[in-house]
Design a protein around this ligand. Structure first.
Ligand code: DX5
Ligand code: ZN
Length: 217
């Protein structure tokens, strides 16, 4: 079970301090939200920021690509130090070919979907990816409310993943906090992204992570 704080809720004016603090506080992965103002109505950062924070962290960099043309910058993200690249099914035309191609570059690959996209759209590819990510908010912003109606996707993915020799991680992202994490864990999620629930006061990061971990176990 992994806790993956989302840097989106950190203080962007002090990223070195934030990544060091979150690693020290016991984060397992660092979730990095890339937004292009096109696929989602918000903008964040790109490979150069990842490259800069890579120098200050040993964490597994879990990069969530909320962009219209995610394949354009794959090599730049890898070069910058991404450990996993997660693609939205809505943005790739030929998933089997393209996901395998990215994987062959030596990076882990994830696959995700927007809340309105049916889970059957990603099922044909779960055996070739390292992680499947269930979005429990409309992607674009931190601090939104958890969408309970997405829980059944976790359940379906868990059932299908169990049939595989190498099941992918089942990650959940959006509105994860002390009231919702357990629901996801019970359905079978094992990687938990949380932004606003973790990045409160710096002195609280450790406790926030510990409390979420206890609830998910
Ligand atoms: C939303 C992002 C999330 C976001 C989660 O589009 O994908 O990773 O940072 O933030 P919280 O945990 O505050 O909902
Ligand atoms: Zn995300």
């Amino acid at each position: 079970m992994y806790i993956a704080p989302s840097l989106l809720s950190a203080d962007f004016s002090n990223l070195e301090k934030e990544v060091k603090a979150i690693e020290k506080a016991g984060a397992d992965w660092l979730h990095l939200d890339i937004m292009d103002g096109n696929f989602v109505p918000n903008l964040t950062f790109g490979p150069s920021v990842i490259k800069s924070i890579r120098q200050h962290s040993q964490l597994f960099f879990d990069v969530h690509l909320m962009v219209q043309n995610p394949l354009d910058l794959v090599d730049s993200y890898i070069k910058a130090g991404a450990n996993q690249l997660t693609f939205h099914i809505e943005t790739i035309k030929n998933p089997m070919k393209e996901l395998l191609e990215v994987k062959s570059k030596g990076v882990k690959v994830g696959l995700t979907l927007k809340p309105k996209t049916p889970v059957v759209d990603i099922l044909p590819f779960i055996d070739i990816v390292d992680t499947v990510l269930v979005m429990t908010v409309e992607p674009g912003f931190g601090g939104q409310s958890f969408m309970k109606d997405q829980l059944s996707k976790i359940e379906t993915l868990k059932i299908e993943a169990q049939k595989l020799a190498n099941p992918p991680f089942i990650e959940v992202d959006g509105g994860i906090n002390k009231d919702t994490i357990r629901l996801c864990a019970q359905k079978g999620a094992n990687v938990f992204v949380a932004g606003s629930a973790i990045f409160t006061e710096t002195s609280e990061y450790k406790n926030n992570i510990k409390n979420l971990r206890n609830l998910a176990e």
